[in-house]
Design a protein around this ligand. Structure first.
Ligand code: TEU
Length: 578
């Protein structure tokens, strides 16, 4: 293995197929649409394209419910289209990774159809079946009180065979039984080797820490007394055989292809536990997405019960997950958006018309200066923002958001104030915020589709102001700024991608100042997270201003007095000493 593997310095761009580009006028994005934009991504400076699930699926959870790993969802295209896409990327020196969703399948997958057909079917044990419990009065009860991610319980009763099956997500997403070796081997063949043999370069691994459930299935403690079902991740995440399974997956499959993996690691706040997954010598995963930063603002008992937060929380999380690999052979990622999250400008900065572009560039400075492999989500490069607060629940499409809203409505008897707070929380944190059609230009439906009736999901009201066509040729645009920052990150990878992180004034609630050091270079980043002027201190001497989101790199330093600097609203600066 080379000292620095190819994927560490790479910039990855995530594509959500439904919302990226529609090429055939059916209102839904597709693979030919993606192929038509490969040069656009190359031009931005992207090295790796990650495609969210494009496999065949009934689309209960936007393709994270897969009914056939070896086929493509017909409205998206064909396996041949995928081969063309892989070739198109490789010809341009870009890599392609796919989503690996193997904690569960769709209930329409033939494995599950067989498994549920009878108790003695050879595939019965490929999923997690349990007998019921009975209350004292004889009422049938599920095996545990666990709450599923999409509201309600994690157990679905199957009348014909008289047992429950486990589903951590929707009831149409039954969990596979990883304890069964035949199941694991079938996964390796169908979901992995099939695509690796077609040339894909690796996987983003969905919910990677949930394959091994706890040995005992115990009731979770009651933290949300108004519901029977309780959050229960302690009982199913990071189970006892997790590392054994991942080593096996690497031995049997990944190492034979030099494939990269980035695993999702929700519910894992302990750095020691995260390191167990990403130590290079241990050969499990190349890197992971740790969730602390994207979980900011979520409710404890209920996700969409927004909790206001202050900047020191955010800074502390960034610092913690920048520093945890220091002195180890582990690796990490830098990301703040994906298809499950609100847009970063709306969550962490300001999407007000007068501050949106400054905010987008300020966050671009921060992200491109962080250690780890950088992941950008489609639309982030043009500063896309959350849905307007005025959109009603009927505009939302995500199963998690819609189910959540209706479960709270039922539970509170449609209490208006509670539901208004749910809508406010969804407007900040809801997954649909990231799933709006990509804004390509100012024509009808943002140039995403030719379909007269528009896209499968409503286009953002502000697409005339925020779109690719407006930004690509404009040197002052958010898009051009991202491209410039990606170029700078590549040029100074030893400090920006690999450097050691140091934070300053971590209790300050308005500004974020940090340094990076590596390869004999020092970088200082100063960010103003408010709409007012703020005073900050330059921590080191002898640095030069290299980038600023106000564009006046020469003028900005004129107001400097000694170490004191004044940052304008949402200003971001990057200083460097070589
Ligand atoms: O998400 C897994 C996950 O752990 C959750 O954080 C998820 O973000 C969701 O919002 C639950 O609250 C992955 C996918 O990214 C997501 O789109 C899928 O719905 C999920 O797995 C099931 O496959």
């Amino acid at each position: 293995t080379p000292i620095t593997p190819w994927w560490k310095d790479a910039v990855v761009y995530q594509i959500y197929p439904a919302s990226f580009k529609d090429s055939n006028g059916d209102g839904l994005g597709d693979i030919p649409g993606i192929i038509s934009k490969i040069d656009y991504l190359k031009d931005l400076g992207i090295d790796i394209v990650w495609i969210s699930p494009m496999f065949d699926s009934p689309q209960v959870d936007m393709g994270y419910d897969i009914s056939d790993y070896e086929a493509v969802y017909p409205p998206y295209g064909t396996v041949e289209d995928m081969e063309t896409l892989i070739r198109a990327c490789h010809e341009r020196d870009m890599k392609v990774i796919l989503d690996l969703v193997i904690n569960h399948t769709s209930d329409q997958h033939r494995w599950f159809q067989e498994s549920r057909s009878s108790r003695d079917n050879p595939k019965r044990d490929w999923y997690i079946w349990k007998p019921p419990r009975y209350a004292e009065d004889g009422t049938r009860m599920p095996p545990t009180n666990w709450r599923s991610y999409f509201s309600g319980g994690t157990w679905e009763w199957d009348e014909p065979t008289g047992e429950y099956y486990l589903h951590l997500f929707a009831k149409e997403q039954p969990d596979l039984n990883w304890e069964n070796e035949d199941t694991r081997n079938a996964i390796y063949d169908s979901a992995m080797r099939f695509w690796l043999d077609k040339g894909v370069d690796g996987f983003r691994v969905d919910t990677v820490n949930m394959y091994s459930k706890g040995v005992e299935f115990l009731d979770a403690p009651i933290i949300d007394p108004e519901f029977y079902e309780q959050p229960a991740w302690l009982y199913y995440a990071n189970g006892p055989r997790m590392h054994e399974f991942l080593r096996e997956m690497n031995d049997k499959v990944l190492k034979h292809y030099d494939a990269v993996t980035v695993g999702e690691l929700p519910h894992t706040p302990d750095p020691k536990k995260v390191l167990d997954y990403v130590g290079a010598s241990d050969k499990q995963l190349s890197m992971v997405f740790q969730f602390d930063i994207v979980d900011i603002g979520q409710g404890v008992a209920r996700k969409y019960q927004f909790q206001p937060w202050k900047l020191p929380l955010f800074k502390g999380i960034v610092a913690k997950w920048q520093q945890f690999i220091e002195g180890t052979d582990g690796w990490t990622t830098a990301f703040c958006e994906n298809h499950d999250q609100g847009r970063s400008i709306s969550r962490f900065a300001s999407d007000a018309p007068e501050y949106r572009v400054l905010s987008a560039k300020m966050l671009a400075i921060m992200m491109t200066a962080l250690t780890g492999t950088l992941f950008i989500y489609q639309g982030q490069e043009i500063g896309m923002i959350n849905v307007p607060r005025t959109w009603p629940i009927s505009e939302f499409r995500d199963i998690e958001s819609v189910n959540f809203y209706h479960s709270i409505a039922a539970q509170t008897n449609n209490d208006a104030a509670t539901l208004d707070y749910v809508m406010r929380s969804l407007q900040i944190l809801g997954r649909d915020n990231a799933r709006l059609p990509m804004q390509w230009d100012a024509s009808a439906h943002a140039g995403f589709t030719d379909r007269e009736a528009g896209a499968w999901m409503r286009v953002h009201d502000r697409y005339g102001e925020i779109n690719v066509a407006r930004q690509v040729g404009d040197p002052e645009s958010t898009w051009s700024f991202w491209r410039e920052m990606i170029r700078l990150r590549r040029e100074h990878g030893e400090v920006l991608v690999h450097g050691a992180f140091e934070g300053f004034e971590m209790e300050n609630e308005e500004t974020f100042v940090f340094a990076k050091r590596g390869g004999g270079k020092t970088v200082v980043v100063m960010l103003n997270f408010t709409g007012e002027e703020q005073r900050v201190e330059m921590p080191y001497e002898g640095l030069e201003l290299r980038v600023g989101n106000y564009g006046d790199v020469e003028g900005a330093e004129k107001s400097a007095v000694g170490r004191a600097r004044v940052l304008r609203p949402w200003e971001g600066r990057l200083y460097m000493m070589m």
